[in-house]
Design a protein around this ligand. Structure first.
Ligand SMILES: Cc1cc2nc3c(=O)[nH]c(=O)nc-3n(C[C@H](O)[C@H](O)[C@H](O)COP(=O)(O)OP(=O)(O)OC[C@H]3O[C@@H](n4cnc5c(N)ncnc54)[C@H](O)[C@@H]3O)c2cc1C
Length: 473
């Protein structure tokens, strides 16, 4: 017998008439346990997360979002907010309570004249690129195309274009927000500017963003992109080279290192599948000719196992990493920023990167700097703009019996990198790691400013399932 009761955080069981009244107020679906789509609708990207909400409100627009917020507040329900559903921590879904699911809100309008786009909160970066690249335009999105624009933007947004054009939030012009009291607000530099400051880095703490307006830039459509792959045996040489190389490159070059076992993907030669590799991924957003020149030293290093760099549509390149991050696998991650890639840091990373038994696990080191580090520290609530690299250690596996082993690998690896860390962390790369780590993501002064905003916009902590900034009212 399926339990379809909806129980508030104070233990009250909602009567059926109240739920039906809410259901009829929505243009979108209201999904409950026992409904055919329930098990699909409660799943998110990380297969580790197996939560059972009492209600999933699949909103189709702002009216549904307001209705869901008012219903949840009046009836004291635990609330989760879902954008692209990609977050590893799994806060996009909850046990009992209500998921306010924006994944069907997929509208996007591009204005090629003003080079801006307004996009609803349910789209992922692949959808976004599809529309903007029709006009040869883009803004900085993530490294894969399947991440939601909403969660990524609200936490900051790092990706291929950030060195040239800044973080995603540095290209955010305005945002529409439904607050905990059900109000609809616009936030920009000129309207509710305090909220706009907080929302650019502060995650989902202040309200539900229903749509985002972005500044776009000419990108491609053809860019020089791809990867150079070396054997892990050469990792020390490759990482030391990379460190010196990226210190000299122009902002047009976005790059990241991946350390892992070579996956069975068509763009890697079959004979290297399942062998330990170090790959340097690049996307050059200047002219192809300039890019060829900038990339020459990288391509001349040693004898790579593969070199897939060539002109390709930006949209295609943006999807290239999708196969290594499919939905449904079991994932646990730890992350931080590295002040630099010292010899000791390199040795430590090499000692751990391939010591996992899972061929699906991987470590990425996105190269930061460039435009993102030149924007004033106080412009947004984003934490640390000055790390040289992020390090993101991804334990990925399929057998739940092995969870402890893989989680331990990520934790021990991460602990070993702490001497080289800035002490800070990108908030979107956090798991459920507690208040201390959330504070570390912002630093003391920004965290206090965020608490003051939380006191103003969400004094009851209605939006608590996120990298939570607790109000002090
Ligand atoms: C494989 C992979 C690759 C990634 N690559 C990158 C990358 O290149 N760059 C980068 O910056 N990050 C990256 N991330 C991290 C990513 O930015 C975060 O996981 C982000 O939260 C995902 O957003 P989402 O909307 O898909 O997630 P969701 O899980 O739907 O949302 C995450 C949280 O954000 C909040 N939220 C979501 N939508 C809204 C909304 N509309 N209003 C208010 N709050 C909302 C909620 O608190 C929710 O719990 C990656 C993650 C994964 C798993």
């Amino acid at each position: 017998m399926v339990d379809r009761r909806v129980i508030s955080t104070t233990g009250t069981v909602l009567d059926e008439a109240t739920i039906q009244e809410f259901k009829t107020s929505l243009r979108g679906e209201l999904i409950r346990p026992g409904d055919e789509v329930y098990d699909t609708a409660r799943k998110i990207w990380n297969g580790m997360i197996d939560k059972h909400p009492a209600l999933i409100a699949r909103c189709t627009g702002v009216a549904d979002v307001i209705s869901a917020v008012n219903f949840a507040r009046t009836n004291k329900l635990l609330v989760a907010v879902r954008g692209g559903g990609h977050n590893v921590a799994g806060n996009a879904v909850c046990d009992s309570g209500i998921v306010i699911d924006l994944s069907k809100m997929k509208g996007i309008q591009v204005d090629p004249t003003t080079r801006t786009a307004r996009a609803q909160a349910g789209i992922v970066w692949g959808d976004f690129n599809n529309e903007t690249q029709a006009f040869g335009l883009a803004t900085n999105g993530g490294y894969v195309s399947t991440t939601g624009i909403a969660g990524l933007t609200l936490g900051g947004g790092i990706g291929w274009l950030m060195r040239k054009y800044g973080l995603t939030i540095d290209n955010l012009l305005s945002v529409d927000v439904v607050t905990a009291d059900g109000r609809f607000l616009k936030a920009s530099k000129t309207e509710n500017s305090d909220l706009f400051w907080g929302i650019r880095g502060g995650g989902g703490n202040f309200g539900i963003a229903t749509s985002f307006e972005y500044r776009l830039h000419p990108v491609g459509p053809m860019v020089l992109a791809g990867m150079v792959v070396h054997s892990a045996m050469k990792a020390k040489e490759v990482l030391r080279f990379y460190r010196e190389y990226v210190a000299t490159v122009p902002d047009e070059l976005g790059s990241s290192i991946i350390l892992r076992t070579a996956p069975k993907v068509p763009f890697l030669p079959e004979h290297i599948h399942n062998t330990p590799i170090v790959a340097i991924l690049i996307c050059y957003v200047g002219t192809i000719g300039e890019g060829e020149r900038v990339l020459q030293p990288l391509r001349e290093l040693g004898s790579p196992l593969a070199d897939t760099i060539g002109p390709m549509p930006y949209k295609v390149f943006h999807e290239i990493l999708d196969p290594i991050a499919p939905p449904g696998l079991l994932v646990y991650w730890k992350s931080g920023y590295l002040a630099s890639l010292s010899d000791d840091a390199i040795d430590t990373i090499i000692a751990h990167a391939w010591s996992t038994r899972s061929p699906l696990s991987y470590t990425i080191l996105p190269h930061l700097g460039g435009a993102l580090s030149r924007i004033d520290e106080d412009e947004t609530s984003f934490g640390d703009r000055y790390g040289q690299y992020a390090i993101n250690i991804n334990a990925v596996w399929t057998d739940p019996q092995e969870s402890d082993e893989h989680i331990r690998w990520a934790r021990e690896f991460f602990d070993s990198t702490e001497p080289f860390s800035t002490g800070s962390v990108y908030v979107n790369f956090l798991g459920n790691e507690g208040e201390k780590r959330v504070k570390a993501a912002y630093g003391e002064a920004k965290y206090e400013r965020l608490v003051a905003l939380k006191n103003k916009y969400d004094p009851t902590n209605f939006f608590s399932l996120n990298q939570n900034i607790k109000p002090r009212t």
